[in-house]
Design a protein around this ligand. Structure first.
Ligand SMILES: Cc1cc2nc3c(=O)[nH]c(=O)nc-3n(C[C@H](O)[C@H](O)[C@H](O)COP(=O)(O)OP(=O)(O)OC[C@H]3O[C@@H](n4cnc5c(N)ncnc54)[C@H](O)[C@@H]3O)c2cc1C
Ligand code: FES
Length: 272
């Protein structure tokens, strides 16, 4: 059945915290309804309220964390929409439609390997916390270009986090896909056919968000290690609620809308 066109309400939310986190900006919004409803991996369509109509369309921004009535978002200013969001200060207001999308399915019980690349790390702090609260073993691998982005790894609390940078300026040097097979093996998933599951324990499940090349690499490693993987994919969005078809991606079951049928898909579903 098709998702309803307006699955969530529109809220006017005051900004109560605005601070730089390296190259990113962390905003805290009072958004009681979104805070009570949001699941890890869901997003909102967001624009600065009461500003000029430039840019006209809201931008998809995921829920970074929830703290009581507060929804936290992490913004990477890359263009007009995100720069206008990163310019917001305490007392400014945001128009928020959400929570939207399916989010990650965290109901399994085995260990979880959480993998983020760049601003793709934004939804994973909430996810990692939710997985840990379910009693799952959680390990995070976060990859960034350089230290300016990598300091966002400090926003992850109470879970084991390994940081990688391409230039070696923080954490270990290298791409996130390189340590992945070794981590999976340590967590109980081995290369296909080597049966890491002799104890009968569930192997690790991968949860990933980041740029397409990283997600394609994660898909290859997951396939080789026989590990299930859920991927949160990015797409340009106009409506965010399934109405405009502007966000479709090609999957093994045809074209699917990232906003209303995703943004989270099983790794094997995506036709890279
Ligand atoms: C479900 C979802 C959740 C997201 N969560 C966050 C978040 O928490 N924080 C955050 O900072 N960003 C997030 N993004 C990305 C953010 O929505 C885009 O960066 C933003 O829409 C770009 O708008 P702009 O006007 O700033 O830049 P534009 O001027 O529209 O684009 C600037 C540059 O970024 C590229 N770009 C724009 N959108 C995307 C995209 N979706 N994927 C890849 N490249 C893109 C453009 O091609 C261009 O090169 C998310 C995207 C999705 C789909
Ligand atoms: S953004 Fe309109 S259908 Fe997805």
């Amino acid at each position: 059945m098709d998702a309803p066109l307006i699955p969530a309400n529109l809220y006017d939310c005051p900004v109560v915290e605005s601070r730089p986190v390296g190259a990113y900006r962390l905003l805290s919004l009072v958004a009681r309804e979104v805070a009570s409803l949001a699941r890890p991996g869901q997003f909102m369509m967001v624009r600065a309220a009461g500003q000029s109509l430039d840019p006209l369309l809201p931008r998809p921004i995921c829920v970074h964390e929830i703290d009581s009535d507060l929804v936290k978002v992490l913004i990477e200013p890359v263009g007009r929409g995100t720069v206008s969001l990163a310019d917001l200060r305490v007392g400014d207001r945001l128009s928020v439609l959400g929570p939207l999308g399916n989010g990650f399915d965290i109901t399994a019980s085995g260990p979880a390997l959480v993998v983020g690349g760049g601003i793709g790390a934004a939804p994973l702090a909430f996810l990692a916390r939710a997985l840990a609260e379910r009693g799952r073993e959680v390990r995070c691998l976060l990859g960034f270009r350089t230290r300016g982005q990598a300091v966002a790894g400090k926003l992850f609390r109470d879970v084991e986090v390994d940081i990688f940078t391409e230039d070696g300026s923080m954490g270990k040097q290298g791409l996130i896909s390189e340590p992945l097979p070794g981590c999976l093996a340590e967590m109980g998933s081995g290369p296909r056919g080597e049966g890491a599951d002799s104890s009968g324990q569930e192997g690790a499940e991968i949860f990933a968000c980041g740029p397409d090349p990283m997600l394609a690499a994660v898909t290859r490693v997951a396939r080789d290690c026989g590990a299930p993987a859920q991927l949160s994919v990015a797409a340009h969005m106009a409506c965010g609620v399934g109405a405009c078809q502007g966000c479709v991606i090609n999957t093994t079951s045809g074209y699917r809308r990232v906003c209303s049928e995703g943004p989270v898909f099983a790794a094997g579903e995506i036709a890279w």
